[in-house]
Design a protein around this ligand. Structure first.
Ligand code: GDP
Ligand code: MG
Length: 458
């Protein structure tokens, strides 16, 4: 899958590698390759456009990290955005507040609903849940037999009422039984049609209303390519689904039959996985990777992104390097802050470095009275620092190097307030904050020196 992408990118990375950093110019070529590969993989054009734009923006905002070449950074950016495109986190089944989890399987005919129902039953059974399968495909007697056979193979009971009772009623009675006999999960298999029509949607809506499922999963054939995304959206608009199951993600088992080789030209399968979340807003929860009952896996955007790029090594290398660099910078920052010479220039420098690292929280945690900061407050802190910055910029060179001057002189503080368009109270607040921060740092530094903690810190 996506062999084309990793191969064509190999060449494209070269243009970036030569320049030493990511620029608007040198990301153009890799971006063209990514765009081409995604379109070839049958990802829809609007999705591709948005994706490429995001990667470009993120790439240009990247800082240079020691020990990492720009092409490695770019791989990481593409990886992160791919992961986000597919929903970022793995999407779990919805947990019921009380009673059994009710999972309604929806989808067109032949996409693998019945198979997925059986696979999911086995998956949940292995987790220790008591599972009931419910057969509501009354249009083909063979469909009920199929589920009954699957059920006996995996030793999960199947509730069925033959072909004479209407699907919503079967589902309702199945759920009733599950509640009475304290099942943990009920999986309702439904009938499909060759294409979306009102009768299918109406029946699905009625069945849904009858059992009020915790999850409504649309089963999508991965070979549908970019149409898969539109399909999920159409179902979601009609009956409000909670997620998708992508089936037939297995290359090998179909390769062996040989007959479906034309549909299996790997690339067309990736398109579905990539577009579903973006187009429908609903995540892929599972992927089917074969005809066997065990061939079902939770969908991990991260693993899929790494598979698509075929560059897992580079991604983990970049992560390690970034961790190392953050640790190094943080240590340096702490050391500087603990010296008596720490002045407003250092303060500004640290501030810029830390915000540049996208990691204001580590600085904030060192500030007096600010160690219990949550994410929302961080934005506020960020804003506050902008005002600090403007005031520091209105200071003379001497004032920045000797913060004590300001504590003693109201006229200096007034001048700074006027120069930066702030109030004198704000200037006083900055000086107060700075002074107590420095005092705390020095105390900390002395304590560490006493306990032999920090070497080389004055
Ligand atoms: P339904 O009509 O939606 O209930 O589809 P079925 O569950 O009856 O499956 C239709 C066909 O697709 C069957 O031959 C299944 O064995 C096959 N199938 C289902 N899931 C997968 C899968 O993940 N991989 C492969 N290769 N075949 C699958
Ligand atoms: Mg079926």
């Amino acid at each position: 899958m996506f062999d084309g992408l990793s191969r064509s990118l190999e060449k494209a990375w070269d243009s970036v590698r030569r320049d030493g950093k990511l620029t608007a110019e040198n990301v153009k070529e890799p971006m063209r390759e990514i765009r081409r590969a995604l379109l070839e993989a049958d990802v829809s054009l609007p999705v591709v456009r948005r994706f490429v734009k995001k990667v470009e923006e993120a790439a240009l905002g990247e800082r240079v990290v020691k020990g990492l070449s720009p092409d490695q950074k770019l791989v990481k950016v593409v990886f992160e955005e791919l992961k986000q495109l597919m929903g970022g986190q793995q999407a779990e089944l919805v947990q019921p507040k009380y009673g059994p989890a009710v999972i309604l399987m929806a989808g067109l005919q032949g996409t693998g609903k019945t198979t997925a129902a059986g696979k999911l039953a086995l998956h949940l059974k292995k987790k220790g849940l008591k599972v009931l399968l419910v057969a509501t495909d009354v249009y083909r007697p063979a469909a009920i037999d199929q589920l009954v056979t699957l059920g006996s193979r995996i030793e999960v009971p199947v509730f069925e009422l033959g072909t004479e009772v209407k699907p919503p009623e079967i589902a309702r009675q199945g759920l009733e039984k599950a509640k009475q006999e304290e099942y943990d999960a009920v999986i309702v298999d439904t009938a499909g049609r060759l294409q979306i029509d009102e009768r299918l949607m109406d029946e699905l809506r009625e069945t849904k209303a009858a059992v009020n499922p915790t999850d409504t999963l649309l089963v999508v054939d991965a070979m549908t390519g970019q149409e898969a995304a539109g399909l999920v959206k159409a179902f979601n608009d009609a009956v409000d689904i909670t997620g998708a199951v992508l089936t037939k993600m297995d290359g090998d088992s179909l390769d062996i039959t040989g007959a479906v080789l034309t549909k299996m030209d790997g690339d067309s399968r990736g398109g579905a996985a990539l577009s579903i979340k973006e187009v429908s807003g609903r995540p892929i929860k599972f992927v089917g990777t074969g005809e066997k009952m065990e061939a079902l896996e939770p969908f991990y955007p991260e693993r899929m992104a790494s598979r698509i790029l075929g560059m897992g090594d580079v991604v983990s290398l970049v992560e390690k390097a970034e961790d190392a660099i953050q640790a190094e910078e943080a240590a340096e920052l702490t050391k500087k802050m603990m010296t008596a010479k720490f002045d407003f220039n250092d303060f500004l420098k640290q501030y810029k470095m830390v915000t540049g690292m996208g990691n204001l929280s580590s600085l904030v945690k060192m500030l007096p009275g600010m160690n219990k900061v949550n994410e929302k407050q961080l934005a506020e802190v960020e804003r506050k620092y902008k005002t600090y910055e403007s005031m520091i910029q209105s200071m003379t060179k001497q004032e920045r190097e000797q913060p004590e001057l300001l504590a003693k002189s109201p006229s200096r503080r007034r001048r700074i307030a006027r120069g930066s368009g702030r109030t004198e109270e704000q200037v006083a607040e900055l000086i107060g904050m700075f002074t107590s921060m420095r005092a705390q740092m020095q105390t900390l530094s002395r304590m560490m020196a006493l306990s032999g903690g920090a070497q080389g810190v004055a």
